[in-house]
Write a protein of this length. Structure first.
Length: 161
């Protein structure tokens, strides 16, 4: 499915506000409601829209700390990666995990109540025979920026290449 400018505008608008009404969305992308809604359904069915989420203000609910962890494995066999991945999938405090190339094997984004909670989790992972050689902990002190994907800018750059 090839995306046109209207499809891209729909994606940008929904990324900014997933609860926008059909009418407001149609106005924003300069379509009538019915064709706009059909495009949204088509984008969902084609997998461009993976789902809708609500941004929760976790600070208002529970005391928490955000921690990034660089993980280096001792060995790089397929079974080591599989075992590590499975363990991370079973660890709710790990809210993102990225496998990397170039010297670091994984980068974890964790949310914990405090440093003691983090230490318990990392000790559990270290004791789980996951082939972790070393890890580096980075405590987030302040969120500076959080945003969606810069779709228009990425497309513009891609066209220039």
């Amino acid at each position: 499915m090839k995306l046109d400018e209207i499809d891209l505008n729909i994606l940008v608008a929904l990324q900014d506000n997933g609860r926008i009404t059909k009418t407001k969305l149609a106005e924003k992308v300069h379509l009538s409601v019915s064709p706009c809604h059909e495009r949204v359904k088509r984008l969902e069915q084609a997998g461009y829209i993976k789902g809708y989420q609500t941004k929760i203000d976790i600070d208002r609910i529970v005391r928490n700390s955000l921690v990034f962890v660089q993980v280096h494995l001792k060995q790089h066999r397929a079974e080591d990666f599989i075992k590590f991945n499975e363990a991370i999938l079973q660890t709710p405090e790990v809210i993102e995990c990225h496998a990397l190339g170039g010297g670091v094997d994984y980068y974890l984004k964790m949310i914990v109540n405090d440093i003691k909670h983090y230490q318990q989790k990392i000790e559990f992972l270290l004791g789980s025979d996951l082939n972790i050689e070393r890890y580096y902990t980075h405590i987030v002190t302040k969120l500076v920026k959080q945003s969606g994907y810069p779709i228009a800018e990425l497309l513009m750059t891609e066209r220039d290449l």
